[in-house]
Design a protein around this ligand. Structure first.
Ligand code: BTN
Length: 324
């Protein structure tokens, strides 16, 4: 591992020139085969490295990967992404991999991140478009010690964390559509999928999965959903490593507050970032559509809607169809 990081560091230093395998081997006191192995392992992780028998190795393109090596310089957390960091070039779904790790007993704060997903999952059984390299797809393992009916608090916390990270890093005015769709100018830029394993009165683990459109062009975004990306909103590319590290920091801070102070501070952030509250909404849920004014969220993260007949509805699951 140490040799691999050293090779990567040197490849960067000399880029776009070649790095001699022989000189690395001599300098590090290892065989040329060991250097070759380190290069192969970097290639497996997704780095594009060309090789020439005479000249050595060269980084083909500036790597914008999400390996720990790339993310660590930006990472300010103590737990999230620190206690376990699992990076993949491709996965079906980072949530699914995180679930497996959680079931095997990994600690809270374990992170699973992929450069691409082949079966990324969205809320309400939808899929999440996850093309290689332009978006963020990652999942965190949490082990809340509270009752399962309070889990939606964490889902909302996830949306707040993403919104705050986007605003803080890019200045883009991201807002929240209940429960945790992150929108910019009514276009979706990120989403959070929470999945938990629980018994009647205890949560074994909760997986919080984040999908963020970072450097997608319009043609990369799937047609029926009105989507956008941080690049489309700001006109420049953003470091995915930096965006992810900032989201992890926000999650860690909000998670700490949730455990110490309860839901009140998270709910207050959510209200301030909300584009749903105070609006006339249609909420699709089991049993039909509720149309009314979105009043507030309650202590369990449910949306409170007052219909036109003056009846109050408490929505725990569903989709806000329109916000006027
Ligand atoms: C939504 O529908 O808004 C939620 C989207 C969540 C997508 C992320 S991408 C990483 C993680 N793995 C998945 O399969 N889904 C979540």
């Amino acid at each position: 591992m140490a040799l691999r990081q050293e090779v990567l560091k040197k490849l960067r230093e000399v880029s776009p020139c070649f790095l001699s395998g022989e000189s690395v081997a001599q300098h590090e006191g290892v065989s040329r085969a060991a250097v070759w192995k380190a290069v192969s392992s970097l290639r497996k992780a997704g780095y594009k490295i060309s090789g020439s028998p005479r000249r050595g190795y060269r980084l083909v393109e500036p790597a914008d990967l999400l390996t720990l090596h790339e993310v660590e310089p930006h990472l300010e957390t103590k737990v999230m992404g620190r206690v376990g960091y699992h990076h993949f070039k491709e996965l079906t779904s980072t949530n699914d991999r995180a679930k497996e790790l959680a079931a095997a007993g990994c600690p809270e704060g374990t992170l699973v991140v992929a450069e691409a997903q082949t079966a990324g999952k969205g809320r309400l059984g939808r899929s999440w478009h996850s093309p290689l390299g332009s978006g963020l797809y990652f999942s965190l393992v949490l082990r809340p010690k509270f009752a399962p009916h309070l889990a939606p608090r964490i889902t909302l916390l996830g949306g707040v964390a993403v919104c705050r990270a986007i605003r803080g890093l890019t200045g883009v005015e991201a807002g929240l559509k209940w429960p945790n769709d992150v929108l910019v100018r009514h276009r979706k830029v990120a989403g959070v999928l929470a999945e938990m394993e629980a018994e009647a009165d205890a949560i074994h683990h909760l997986i919080l999965g984040f999908g963020v459109n970072v450097n997608m062009e319009s043609c990369d975004l799937p047609a029926p959903i009105k989507g956008t990306s941080l690049m489309l909103e700001t006109g420049k590319r953003h470091s995915r490593a930096q965006v992810m590290a900032r989201i992890l920091l926000e999650v860690e801070e909000l998670w700490g507050r949730l455990l110490l102070e309860g839901f009140t501070p998270i709910a207050e952030h959510w209200r301030q970032l909300s584009i749903t509250l105070g609006r006339l909404v249609g909420v699709e849920r089991e049993g039909g559509v509720v149309v009314g004014r979105a009043r507030d969220i309650d202590q369990e993260g449910a949306l409170l809607v007052m219909d036109q007949g003056g009846h109050s509805h408490r929505i725990t699951h569903g989709e806000v169809l329109h916000v006027r």
